[in-house]
Design a protein around this ligand. Structure first.
Ligand SMILES: Cc1cc2nc3c(=O)[nH]c(=O)nc-3n(C[C@H](O)[C@H](O)[C@H](O)COP(=O)(O)OP(=O)(O)OC[C@H]3O[C@@H](n4cnc5c(N)ncnc54)[C@H](O)[C@@H]3O)c2cc1C
Length: 417
């Protein structure tokens, strides 16, 4: 471990972004304290779908997204739900999102997301080997499966786009060929597109392994400890106030996910995040469990076959920081998977879960210094891909804090745009 004169860094937030940051900072020679309000990995990083998927580099804001959303918004079974309410902040977010639904901005966002995705995929592979991380890592690829031929054919444009700009072609499998590739799939589907280099893991296992590894390297993990405020002196933070008093440090990382906008005043910048609520259902492994994870874009549901279980997840709900579980939306996950699989779900639900994705309208994560405190770095806004971008974000955080040349260009991730 290189020494940084044992300068002390406090990381606020123990999700996948905070844990990855703490790891790379410790490896760079800092003394690190990780402060988590709940338990490490208990929020959005807990029950997500576990897909590590560079193939999903295109942001939600894409040409046609507004029209297709408007067409289905008021349908009862729409996976996207916007709770009608007076919220200028939400409506401004939606307006800015709509203004980015064009080819130019889609490419700009994808170009910013891809380096984090590709670098993370490589970093996961080396970290898992080096640190003996047992998180049910499997490199079985990812299938985008379509029920209808028109929808299957429409994906050709996305495949062309990803091939042209990112040299990321998918392989198309029609009808029977798809069943040959993945026998657990229903035999009356149009087909699918397969990305063989994507991977998946079990997120809760990953997070408990992160805890073990961080403890092994003497990171001071303080769970059940909420950070209330920064203590400032001029343009520097000198500590953070917690219920146990002030924790002083030389540098700070704010990695609090969807809750980030609560820190806007202290940070001195807009953090344009809306909580994008999603659900998951975890089952024991069904008898006909697939090997390859799948996304069903027509129903917007994802299925992840983990070694120790089976998960259905997705839906996108903009209903603020709402903590209830909506039964109708949970049912949508099951209904959404039914047309695609021989055994779409198990008998016994092991866990029903929701999480708030930190959704920025442009889909580009934020990794940047606070304009108000030059020793505070903000790392958030990973939307639907925080797990897929965790390691590279953590490495970038460490590089920016150390002043080392970053392993990927940091400009796209600025706070003020
Ligand atoms: C249904 C669903 C499926 C998903 N599937 C995938 C997928 O397949 N692949 C993928 O890449 N991504 C997926 N995601 C997205 C991914 O889960 C998120 O992008 C990621 O977990 C965000 O990580 P984070 O560390 O920023 O936030 P979090 O995991 O929410 O961590 C933030 C932490 O900060 C803590 N905190 C907040 N305030 C304070 C405070 N004041 N003091 C101390 N601690 C504080 C919180 O308790 C929390 O633990 C999915 C999300 C959902 C909802």
């Amino acid at each position: 471990m290189a020494e940084q004169g044992q300068a002390h860094v406090v990381v606020i937030g123990g999700g996948v972004i905070g844990a990855s940051s703490a790891y790379f900072l410790r490896k760079a020679g800092y003394r690190v304290t990780l402060i988590e309000k709940n338990t490490l990995g208990s929020q959005c990083s807990h029950g997500n779908c576990g897909l590590i998927c560079p193939s999903d580099a295109l942001p939600l804001a894409s040409p046609g997204a507004v029209m297709s959303t408007l067409k289905t918004l008021f349908k009862r079974n729409n996976p996207l739900y916007i709770k009608p309410r007076f919220s200028p902040r939400l409506w401004l977010w939606l307006l800015k999102f709509a203004l980015r639904c064009n080819q130019r901005h889609m490419l700009q966002s994808a170009e910013a997301r891809m380096p984090l995705l590709e670098s993370s995929l490589h970093l996961y592979q080396s970290l898992i080997e080096k640190e003996q991380i047992e998180c049910e890592w499997q490199k079985n690829g990812l299938l985008y499966v379509y029920k209808d031929r028109v929808a299957l054919d429409t994906y050709q444009a996305t495949d062309d786009f990803l091939t042209k700009h990112f040299s990321l072609p998918a392989t198309r499998f029609d009808g029977c060929a798809l069943v040959e590739l993945e026998p657990a799939i229903a035999d009356d589907l149009a087909g699918g597109w397969y990305y063989q280099d994507d991977a998946h893991l079990r997120p809760d296992r990953l997070m408990s392994e992160w805890k073990r590894v961080l403890e092994k390297y003497d990171v001071d993990i303080r769970e059940g400890t909420e950070v209330y405020h920064f203590k400032r002196k001029g343009i520097k933070a000198r500590g953070v106030l917690t219920r146990d008093g002030v924790v002083e440090a030389d540098k700070f990382v704010l990695a609090v996910g969807a809750i980030s906008p609560q820190w806007e005043k202290e940070i001195g910048a807009d953090i344009p995040i809306q909580p994008g609520k999603g659900y998951s259902l975890t089952y024991a492994k069904p008898q006909y469990s697939p090997q390859i994870p799948m996304i069903f874009p027509q129903h917007r549901v994802a299925m992840t076959p983990m070694q120790s279980g089976y998960r259905l997840g997705s839906t996108m709900e903009f209903s603020g920081y709402d903590t209830t579980i909506n039964r109708r939306r949970i049912e949508l996950l099951k209904k959404g998977a039914e047309p695609y699989l021989r055994e779409p779900y198990g008998e016994h639900v092991e866990e029903e879960w929701y999480g708030w994705r930190p959704m920025v309208y442009h889909g580009i994560p934020i990794v940047d210094t606070s304009p108000r405190m030059d020793n505070v770095l903000v790392a958030t806004g990973h939307n639907m891909l925080g797990l897929s971008m965790g390691p590279a974000t953590g490495k970038l955080v460490s590089e920016l804090i150390s002043g080392e040349p970053p392993h990927l260009p940091a400009e796209p991730y600025q706070l003020l745009r």
